[in-house]
Design a protein around this ligand. Structure first.
Ligand SMILES: Nc1nc2c(ncn2[C@@H]2O[C@H](COP(=O)(O)OP(=O)(O)OP(=O)(O)O)[C@@H](O)[C@H]2O)c(=O)[nH]1
Ligand SMILES: [Mg+2]
Length: 691
């Protein structure tokens, strides 16, 4: 293995809408760079990137793959990301460690929902970015239309290549900078010729745009351009590079991954224009204790620091931690500090990754990426570093889970289910698993149905657990609306010593969220002091079990104000029973209501979908609190009962062609409507009857 200095490394993510061809493009690029000797295909499930069972079945990427190539004295780390919304968290992790984001656009469909979303992620993360318009060989491919769309939506585009004959006969592009016609042949060969007469105006016009945009990237160049009306080839190159590095200029390339047209050119573009770790410069980390800034230089001899941006778990291997080294050199045998989780990690085997395949290495140096295995306690987002120079590198921010479901293990294999989910969760920070002791259900929260389907498939495949999903139970509450009193009497006479306790209780509603209060108003020893806590205990135990529908009773003040006892028969147990019976009776004498959790929901949708989304909110018993427009988006804040939010993310996506997003958090408890209360009480009666 050659040594690559940070100037010679390119860390590039491929991002974009599902099925635009990211996986095929990385495959074709690897093949063009001779990093693989056989070009795989999606249909046959043989690409280096989509190698898991689920990816092969779905013919679509689920996770980011790290692919590696060495080409023309450069080292490439290519990150092929998924384009399906449920797996978009993977894009965030990949962008976080990339120095360039190649946004792949479908040559027929053009801009799609996820294209805009991931572009925004790259912009937010300040990752230099450009476009590759793929599938130029498809019928109805239209480069002009896509280019115009990109310019209108994102601005500052500059065509590097121009597709001459998009469509099934596609084989030619104009190299705008060189003003040459490139003809692609099967087998990856490109021949260079002159631009035909009828395209010379077009070619010149595109070069003019390129020059203008290059000039705008640099003040000196702009001055020169104004004065002379012209830049030299070298100046254009310099301007292009600067504009791309600053994220102000968006180069547009094109080609076709499957017939492998434009791959050498894409590789050369990445060498010439994609910023290297050296050009991206210093990454700022923080001293863990003080929060002071630390400069991480992309220098192989500096103290080492790396970020784990992705974790997978594989049978026979265990956990694999994908890292980018920001500074220094990480060697096998090193003892590194994990400044995020605490503790030390011993580095054993290390690898370069080719999707499923790996190549052992003994070190990974600044700017490069690699895979560590069998770390003890290191997870996605953690920093590993020289223990003498502790630093924390900012971790990627993953999307919050938007949908929930309860997982039920077939055959009652709850232990295996829990273990499997825990392992899968380590590899995917975009879903959570919790056991809810109140609902007695394992709750999965994540990004969408497709993600859940993959989780279920892996549970079966790897852990032998057949599991299915159901709607989670709702943590309803019971409470009272009126003051009431009742006598609670426990009396038992069976042979020897009897049992006797009697307590009079008064219950009163308390404000929402106040919980429970117990007041002792016993005077003159109607109940002996030592038994009063037993009354309280009896009340509380009954409260947790519920009275009318089996849900915990809340927001009640309970006063014990009178009672009776027997010198021989009374004991703690009898008064506990008296408290319990008295409480149940008092609740029956009061007006009871069932409360449901209501969530505060923030919804972001395109303006044009407002009507549908608002209608849907009201059909879910939601109340809109505010609406604000933000460009072409509407932000709606509403409160919606949890019982109406099951699979809301899916509904929102289908109402908005995938654009809508929402966030939720618990707000408060509110009375359920009468019909729902009646239904819940009836269900409870039925359950009780069935035992
Ligand atoms: N004709 C033609 N087909 C292509 C081209 N690129 C990709 N395809 C096909 O388009 C389909 C989707 O390609 P993928 O590479 O899986 O697309 P992707 O962007 O990785 O999709 P996700 O992983 O789902 O986000 C596959 O059937 C590919 O064979 C191309 O340039 N020309
Ligand atoms: Mg893919």
């Amino acid at each position: 293995m050659k040594e690559y200095s940070p100037e010679a490394i390119r860390n590039v993510s491929f991002i974009g809408h599902g099925a635009c061809g990211k996986t095929m493009l990385t495959e074709a690029l690897l093949f063009a760079m001779k990093a693989i000797d056989r070009m795989g295909s999606i249909d046959e499930g043989t690409t280096h990137s989509d190698f898991t069972k689920e990816e092969i079945e779905r013919k679509s990427s689920i996770a980011t793959s790290l692919l590696t190539a060495e080409y023309k004295d450069h080292k490439f780390n290519l990150l092929d990301t998924p384009g399906f919304s449920d797996f978009i968290g993977e894009v965030k992790g990949a962008l976080h460690v990339s120095d360039f984001a190649m946004t792949v656009v479908h040559g027929v469909s053009g801009l799609e929902v996820v294209t805009e979303q991931v572009w925004q992620f790259a912009t937010d993360d300040a990752v230099p970015r450009g476009f590759f318009v793929n599938q130029m060989d498809k019928e109805n491919a239209n480069f002009d239309a896509v280019l115009e769309q990109l310019e209108n939506t994102f601005g500052n585009t500059a065509a590097i290549h121009y597709a001459v004959n998009p469509g099934v006969a596609f084989n030619q592009v104009i190299d705008v900078l060189g003003q040459k016609l490139l003809t692609f042949e099967k087998g990856g060969k490109t021949t260079k010729g002159d631009v035909p007469a009828d395209l010379q105006d077009k070619a010149a016009e595109l070069r003019e745009t390129l020059m203008e945009r290059a000039a705008e990237a640099d003040d000196d160049l702009l001055e020169k351009y104004f004065d002379a009306g012209e830049l030299t080839q070298d100046e254009i190159l310099k301007g292009l590079k600067a504009g791309i590095r600053n994220g102000t200029l968006h180069p547009v390339l094109c080609g076709a991954a499957v017939p492998q047209f434009g791959m050498q050119e894409l590789a050369q573009f990445l060498i010439d224009y994609a910023p290297s770790p050296e050009e991206m410069g210093i990454e700022t980390g923080k001293v863990p204790e003080t929060g002071e800034d630390v400069e991480l230089k992309p220098d192989a001899n500096a103290p080492s620091a790396a970020l784990v941006f992705k974790t997978t778990t594989e049978a026979h291997i265990g956990e694999m931690s994908y890292m980018r080294v920001y500074s220094g050199t990480i060697r096998s045998g090193d003892e590194l500090a994990n400044t995020s989780a605490g503790g030390m990690e011993k580095i054993n085997q290390m690898y370069f990754s080719q999707g499923k395949e790996r190549k052992g290495v003994d070190h990974v140096s600044a700017g490069d990426m690699g895979v560590l295995v069998k770390l003890k306690n290191t997870h996605t987002g953690d920093t590993l570093c020289d223990p003498a120079h502790k630093v924390l590198i900012e971790e990627p921010h993953f999307p919050e889970p938007g949908i929930r479901a309860a997982v039920i293990a077939g055959g009652g294999d709850e232990d295996k289910l829990g273990e499997g989910l825990q392992i899968l969760q380590k590899a995917d920070p975009t879903f959570n698993v919790t056991f809810d002791p109140e609902l007695k259900q394992t709750i999965l929260s994540g990004q969408g149905d497709a993600q859940f389907a993959v989780i279920l498939s892996r549970l079966k495949e790897r852990f032998g657990v057949q599991a299915h999903l159901v709607e989670p139970r709702i943590p309803y509450r019971e409470t009272i609306k009126t003051k009431a009193e009742a006598e609670g009497k426990h009396k038992k006479q069976s042979g020897g010593r009897g049992q006797f306790g009697l307590a009079w209780l008064r219950i009163e509603p308390m404000p929402r969220g106040e919980g429970y209060e117990f007041v002792d108003e016993i005077v003159g020893g109607a109940i002996p002091r030592q038994f009063i806590p037993a009354v309280d205990k009896g009340v509380q135990e009954t409260m947790t079990k519920g009275v009318v529908a089996g849900y915990p009773v809340v927001d009640v003040k309970v006063t014990v104000f009178d009672g009776k006892y027997h010198t021989v028969d009374s004991d703690e147990f009898s008064f506990k029973m008296a408290g319990s019976i008295g409480f149940k009776e008092a609740v029956k004498n009061s007006k009871t209501v069932i409360l449901e959790p209501v969530y505060e929901v923030e919804i972001k949708v395109p303006q044009e979908n407002m009507g549908d989304v608002m209608g849907d909110i009201s059909s879910r018993r939601g109340k809109v609190a505010s609406m604000d427009s933000e460009g072409k988006w509407q932000l709606i804040k509403a409160t919606i009962p949890l019982a109406e939010l099951y699979k809301y993310a899916n509904t929102l996506r289908s109402l908005t062609s995938g654009r809508g997003m929402h966030r939720r958090k618990f707000s408060h408890y509110e009375e359920v409507p009468g019909d729902i209360q009646a239904k819940l009480v009836e269900e409870h009666e039925k359950e009780k009857a069935e035992g």
